[in-house]
Design a protein around this ligand. Structure first.
Ligand code: SAH
Length: 348
């Protein structure tokens, strides 16, 4: 709930408005009702029966020995689970969160979509992923908190549009978690009508688009969503987004052996992006056990990158983090739902 909704709710419960403000602040600090020490004991107990303060728990944690990346397997109140990844950068701590349990987009390289979509996450659960990560950091004795958020975990954010927008608005509520939307990136496989809607929301998030191909023939081989919207339509929507928000768009491009990583594809990509205020993020494809596609050599990545650079397309190669902890989309959840419960760690 927003602060105003929570105030209205406590008033319905015949409580004074300031209780709503107090509860809101506690929730955004990651507290459970039992910890809300400035509320009377009966009120805390009553709230516990009626509501859930923190809907997200940690079922499993994996820490990378290589780079300090931490992967969380989050548990939701209905026993479903989703993944989140915490990455340390020079500029702060970035958390990659999920927006749906599973995904129905069917991208051929992705592990999150293998069993389809189970359900959408609520705005409260998305916020809960951040609050839970902050609680974990505090528990570990760390001073830092999550400063950047990427909606790039399992799920398609624009396929859960209403809750995602609600979540983004929650981030900047007064006395809330206060993460600036300029520190938030939203990644989409290209649901064109919702990209236009997002541009009109006046929420200055960075839009990332999973392009992965320079033309529709190749894109259709990788992403079923390409049968509904063409690259031309996606790029038109991106130009609109750039005009409305003044922000550049990021294109994600996973280099896939034998499909999209050759000289011809690099040249075609530079042609379609020419003159656009954008950046290309090359991702070496993470090989997923259940998927037949594979990534390319380091040499191939450099070769592809060089062609883009020579033609003045802003490009970087995504650093691979958490390679030792099944950091890629949906891998840990799959592994865990396929493993017996008794082998799992205690809950935090
Ligand atoms: N549905 C959204 C966000 C979730 S996927 C989207 O499609 O953008 C986040 C990013 O990870 C996307 O760019 C997706 O294409 C990429 N991805 C998924 N599986 C991958 C894999 N095995 N290797 C590399 N990138 C992958």
């Amino acid at each position: 709930m927003t602060r105003d909704e929570l105030i209205a709710w406590v008033q319905e419960q015949k409580l004074p408005a300031f209780r709503g403000k107090q509860i809101f602040e506690w929730i955004h600090r990651g507290a459970d009702f039992g910890d809300m020490t400035n509320l009377p004991k009966e009120l805390r107990d009553g709230l516990k029966e009626k509501a859930v303060a923190q809907p997200v728990k940690i079922r499993l944690v994996r820490k990378s020995m290589l780079d300090g990346t931490i992967k969380f397997l989050y548990e939701l109140a209905d026993d479903n689970c989703v993944e989140g990844v915490l990455m340390r950068y020079k500029y702060g701590i970035s958390l990659c969160i999920s927006t749906q349990v599973g995904c129905r987009m069917g991208c051929r390289f992705c592990a999150s979509t293998l069993e389809g979509r189970v359900r959408d996450l609520t705005a409260g659960e998305m916020l809960g992923e951040i609050l839970t990560a902050n609680r974990f950091l505090e528990h570990e004795g760390k001073q830092e908190k999550v400063s950047h958020v990427v909606l790039m975990g399992s799920g398609e954010p624009l396929d859960n549009y209403g809750q995602v927008i609600r979540f983004l608005r929650l981030l900047r509520e007064e006395n809330g978690i206060r993460i600036g939307l300029r520190n938030v990136s939203l990644s989409t496989c290209g649901i064109v009508p919702r990209m236009y809607d997002l541009a009109k929301e006046n929420l200055p998030v960075t839009l990332s688009v999973s392009l992965h191909a320079p033309n529709d023939v190749i894109r259709k081989k990788l992403m079923p969503v390409a049968n509904t919207w063409s690259i031309h339509e996606i790029l038109e929507a991106c130009r609109y987004y750039i005009r409305e928000t003044g922000r550049r768009v990021i294109f994600e491009y996973a280099l896939t052996e034998g499909l999209n990583a050759g000289k011809a594809e690099a040249e075609e990509l530079t042609e379609i992006l020419r003159g656009m205020q954008c950046h290309v993020n090359l991702i070496p494809l993470n090989t997923v056990k259940e998927r037949e596609l594979s990534g390319v050599s380091e040499e191939n990545v450099r070769f592809f990158m060089k062609i883009l650079e020579e033609r003045h397309i802003s490009v970087t190669r995504r650093r691979e983090m958490g390679d030792d902890i099944e950091g890629a989309c949906g891998q840990l959840r799959r592994k865990t739902i396929n493993t017996s419960r008794s082998e799992q760690h205690a809950k935090i």
